[in-house]
Design a protein around this ligand. Sequence first.
Ligand SMILES: Cc1cc2nc3c(=O)[nH]c(=O)nc-3n(C[C@H](O)[C@H](O)[C@H](O)COP(=O)(O)OP(=O)(O)OC[C@H]3O[C@@H](n4cnc5c(N)ncnc54)[C@H](O)[C@@H]3O)c2cc1C
Length: 296
Amino acid sequence: MNKFEYLVPQTLDEAVSMYDAHGDQAAYIAGGTDIVVKMKEYKISPGYIISLKHVLPRSEPQRDRETGELTLAASVTHRMIENSALIKNEYPILHDAIGNIGSVQIRNVATIGGNLVNAVPSADGVIPLIALDAGVNIYGAKGKRSLALVHFFTGPGQNVLEKGEILVDIVIPPQLPHTGSAYHKFGRRKAMELPMLGVGVLLSLEERTRRCARARVCLGVAAPTPFRALGAERFLVGKKIDDAVLQEAGTIAAEESQVRDSIRGVAWYRREMVAVLVRRMGQKCLERIKTTSEKA
Ligand SMILES: Cc1cc2nc3c(=O)[nH]c(=O)nc-3n(C[C@H](O)[C@H](O)[C@H](O)COP(=O)(O)OP(=O)(O)OC[C@H]3O[C@@H](n4cnc5c(N)ncnc54)[C@H](O)[C@@H]3O)c2cc1C
């Protein structure tokens, strides 16, 4: 690893000014689990590393009592998300995904913001947040801006952040009643792997008819950027959800996916697994809705 200077700003503005001062030589660091690996492998060699530690609050995931919105500061670690009872009980899709990232040591320091900004197709934090319709708040020299997370990614390892912009937080809107959600990371080994696929499904049922009021079918490692299988979602909405409906939704999602051959799996197999996992995650959503209703 090449030598670098470590800078520790105390405010967002200070961090942005430091970045501007050092231009292409600067890089932000949060938990360091992605960037340090790249530096060790000489994929990047920034001369100035700017810590976000004191710039972004490391607060527990919080839900606003009035708006019902859940805010995750970009600096929240995976372990904080995994250990949050609120996330476990009410946003299980996020808990499914984050609890399987790397190892406990990695999750203790790695942040959700770093996971999104790194923008690799296999990032486990991304798919559940897209399924939850999350938005992101960004701060930079030109001020603040916000956008839906699904529009944040522009290609493998690429995102919409302009030079020096900081991802500040992630906001999840209130969920509809009778909502269930689930994520599955599919790979060949259990630990410390990058997934061959990441599949997240969220279903909300109407109170009276129990028909599907809202569906999200989100796929990772199935295209250059994470995406929603909109055809499968449209197919589900308005239907009574049973195994046959979920199977058809899985087939549609598999057709929509753009999986390709890679060292982690051949395209035909991954496409088949999209269909299987969409069905399984849909079933898990229904089980979770049932369990929540029984507890209420
Ligand atoms: C052994 C190992 C196993 C892993 N397993 C998994 C896994 O199973 N699933 C998975 O998804 N990932 C995995 N990862 C990848 C990594 O841990 C995650 O992507 C992690 O969330 C990155 O967060 P970080 O805080 O460490 O990011 P950093 O390394 O600090 O930063 C990553 C990138 O984002 C930028 N950045 C960070 N925060 C911000 C911000 N708020 N605003 C603007 N830019 C920012 C940095 O400049 C850098 O370019 C693994 C990594 C290792 C080393």
